[in-house]
Every structure is written in C-alpha cells, then in structure tokens.
Design a protein around this ligand. Structure first.
Ligand code: ZN
Ligand code: ZN
Length: 185
C-alpha cells in the first residue's frame, strides 16, 4: 500500500496537530500561543492566508479533538466524520501545483481560514485511508507513558511508536529490564 506523497504529509500533519494537545496528564499544551501556532505552521509548511490572532488559534485548537476522533471511530463513523468536515467547509477539490509538492488536491480556497484548510486537507487524506481499507494504520503510541497518535506508513505496518524519541526510550527501558533480570543482551 502506498499513499500519494501529499496524502502522507497530510496524515502526518493531522497526527502532528492532534499531538500538540494534552493527550495525557503531564503533557504540555503545545499550541498555547499564536507564536506556537506560527511555529507549527512553519514546521508543516502550511501556505495560504493566516489571521495570526487568538480566534484563529482557538479554531485550530478546537479542530484537534475532531481529528483525534478519527483514531477512535469505526468505518461508518470515520466516513461520517470525513463527510461532515468536507461538507462544513463546502469542500470543492481542484488540482494545484505549488512550491515543490507536485500536483495535488486542495479543496478549499487559499484564503479560507487556516482551521478550515487543515480540516479539509485531513479529511481528504483520511478519505484515501478509508478507500484503501487501511484504517488500522491509524495507531496510538505503544510507549507506556505516551498517548500520542501516529499513522503507520511503513510497508509492513510495523511501526509501534509515535516518534523515534518514544522508540528509543522504550528500547532503553527494555534493555535495562534485561540487564536487571541478568539476561544476556
Ligand atoms: Zn498544497
Ligand atoms: Zn509516543
């Protein structure tokens, strides 16, 4: 299974956005300020109009639980959630080719609010996942102390952790456990 590049970026971006929220006690709110949102937008290379105000920040933050829901929903609910986000935005797909992304779909005008563009881009990508029958690729990190989500884009669906940070931490913990148990490494 291979998604198009823009779909993969959109899926990773949606997971990244979900993970900016407080997923478990002890997490920090990573979109606390407009500056935080600026950094997120830069990191994920969002183009298009920005308001750069508190209202825009609030809209993006409010979108997060609606995207997080995709990691919980069954197929029917997943489809309904895609349809809702697309309908709310009046999504109208069109082919565009900007920067170095190659041809891909935008389904909102460039001057639509940031949260709307984020919602639609995510919904379009999630629609691809559902059409491909690959919902199980939406996963939650298996690290004991992490509830972050990820989309497993590996060929054999073997990705367990949200990040190399979690993967390395769990590998180190497993190593220490083996050492403590006196096992050979
Ligand atoms: Zn684009
Ligand atoms: Zn993790």
């Amino acid at each position: 299974m291979h998604f198009t590049h823009d779909t993969e970026i959109a899926l990773q971006g949606a997971a990244g956005l979900v993970n900016t929220s407080v997923r478990r006690p002890g997490d920090v709110e990573e979109l606390a300020t407009v500056d935080d949102l600026d950094a997120f937008v830069r990191a994920w290379r969002w183009s298009g109009r920005r308001a750069r105000d508190r209202a825009e920040l609030a809209e993006v933050r409010d979108l997060r639980p609606r995207l997080a829901a995709f990691w919980e929903l069954d197929e029917e609910g997943f489809a309904a959630q895609c349809n809702t986000l697309l309908a709310e935005a009046g999504a109208l797909p069109r082919l565009v080719n900007h920067d170095d992304f190659g041809w891909h779909l935008h389904a909102t005008p460039d001057d639509a609010p940031l949260a709307t563009r984020m919602a639609v881009e995510a919904a379009m990508a999630f629609a691809d996942v559902l059409r491909a029958g690959e919902l199980r690729r939406l996963r939650t990190c298996e690290a004991e102390d992490c509830e972050d989500v990820h989309v497993d884009l590996s060929r054999n669906r073997s990705r367990r952790f949200c990040s190399t940070t979690c993967g390395n931490r769990m590998a180190a913990a497993a190593y220490r456990e083996r050492q403590a148990a006196g096992g050979e490494d």
